[in-house]
Write a protein that binds this ligand. Structure first.
Ligand code: NAD
Ligand code: ZN
Length: 342
């Protein structure tokens, strides 16, 4: 089992099967396991692996429907009935929607209880479950949330290896993003072996990139923003089309790559080929969708990635050399043209 530590924050365990004990030692008496339909069998295994305390499973609605204040209220109700106290624990077993909601509930219930994440999608394992950002959707994506570290993140490679190909592809977009912003070796592995790279390798490498960035900047005052590579346009595309997050981010990386090419000579063609090779969409047309420039720009302006200076993008000078910069209207237009949005 590989152990990655974010000092003062979380411990991440990556391996085949579950660690023993599954939860960090404590005097807890109760555990509420939050899960979702696709992860229910794994939640049962996790619940069985937790010894000596009362364990209950609570199932959330599938996908983004879970990330609502209404769901949060329902969970608070159950926590009240269970009398889940300050020294008890919430365990998230599922994709990023479950870890986001569980983290938010844990951050706010009694002003903060322990949360442990067992991510069951690749996207959650390399991204959502790591780094303590939690949130739910309110009128816009992730507009309500808190920073709250899990005490432990357990990544079971057996679970990830059994994922349906679609979910693997989605997570691969975020793993590749991690490589692009911080690990040339990971990008090289995808370049030479495509989707055939060993999962244990990509997962640990991608988590290490995120852990390093989070350690440097826990509250996203500065450097942590680089994790949003591809997300300025990606989030807008996701909201407007309902495309899965990873696919929308792949398209967003093409847009950011185009501005990076114009400004810094970044090899955007290579990035595009890499995405295609991994079976990810590289334009809105690829996903058999149409979007207007006006709609995308309006959506970007609603998002958090802007300030007084304008819309902020994460750009790449080259692989592993990210910069955060304001972009001009012309650059934005070129970025959107690159993904078939005119
Ligand atoms: N907090 C962060 O830093 C952060 C970072 C990236 C993404 N996110 C969030 O993560 C969410 C996306 O995460 P996601 O892609 O994991 O989505 P998700 O939680 O909706 O899961 C996707 C689908 O996979 C199913 N599923 C889960 N585990 C499975 C398994 N082992 N086998 C088969 N099916 C399974 C689920 O039931 C669901 O239908 C978004 O809401 C995004 O905002 C958060
Ligand atoms: Zn993302």
């Amino acid at each position: 089992m590989e152990r990655i530590l974010i000092p003062g924050a979380e411990e991440i365990l990556v391996g085949h099967g579950l660690p023993e004990p599954l939860l960090p030692p404590s005097d807890r008496e109760r555990v509420l396991v939050l899960t979702q339909p696709g992860a229910r069998p794994i939640a049962l295994t996790v619940a069985e692996a937790i010894d000596g305390v009362a364990v209950e499973i609570f199932e959330l609605p599938d996908r983004e429907a879970a990330k609502s204040l209404e769901t949060v209220t329902r969970i608070y109700g159950r926590l009240m009935e269970l009398a889940l106290s300050r020294h008890d624990t919430i365990v998230a077993v599922g994709g990023g929607t479950v870890t986001d909601v569980a983290g938010f509930v844990a951050a706010t219930w009694l002003r903060g209880v322990e949360v442990v994440h067992v991510p069951t999608t690749l996207l959650a394992a390399v991204d959502a479950a790591i780094g303590g950002k939690t949130g739910v959707n309110f009128r816009g994506k992730n507009l309500v949330g808190a920073f709250w570290h899990p005490s432990r993140v357990v990544v079971d490679l057996d679970v990830l290896e059994a994922l349906p190909p679609d979910l693997t592809r989605e997570g691969t977009a975020e793993a590749l993003k991690a490589g692009l912003i911080g690990d040339p070796g990971l990008v090289e592995a995808y370049r030479s072996r495509g989707a055939g790279v060993e999962l244990g390798f990509t997962v640990t490498r991608a988590i290490r990139v995120k852990a390093r960035v989070v350690e440097e900047d826990f509250r996203e005052t500065g450097r942590r923003a680089i994790l949003n590579y591809g997300h300025t346009v990606g989030h807008a595309v996701e909201t407007l089309t309902g495309l899965p997050h990873g696919h929308a981010i792949a398209i967003g990386m093409v847009a950011a790559g185009e501005i990076s090419r114009r400004r810094h000579g970044f090899d955007a063609d290579d990035q595009r080929l890499l995405l295609e090779r991994l079976g990810l969409p590289v334009s809105v047309g690829d996903a058999a969708l149409r979007l207007s420039k006006e709609a995308v720009v309006a959506e970007i302006l609603k998002d958090k990635k802007r300030d007084a200076g304008g819309i902020r993008f994460v750009l790449l000078r080259r692989v592993a050399e990210p910069v955060v910069a304001h972009v001009s209207d012309d650059e934005l237009e070129a970025a959107l043209a690159a993904i078939d949005v005119a």
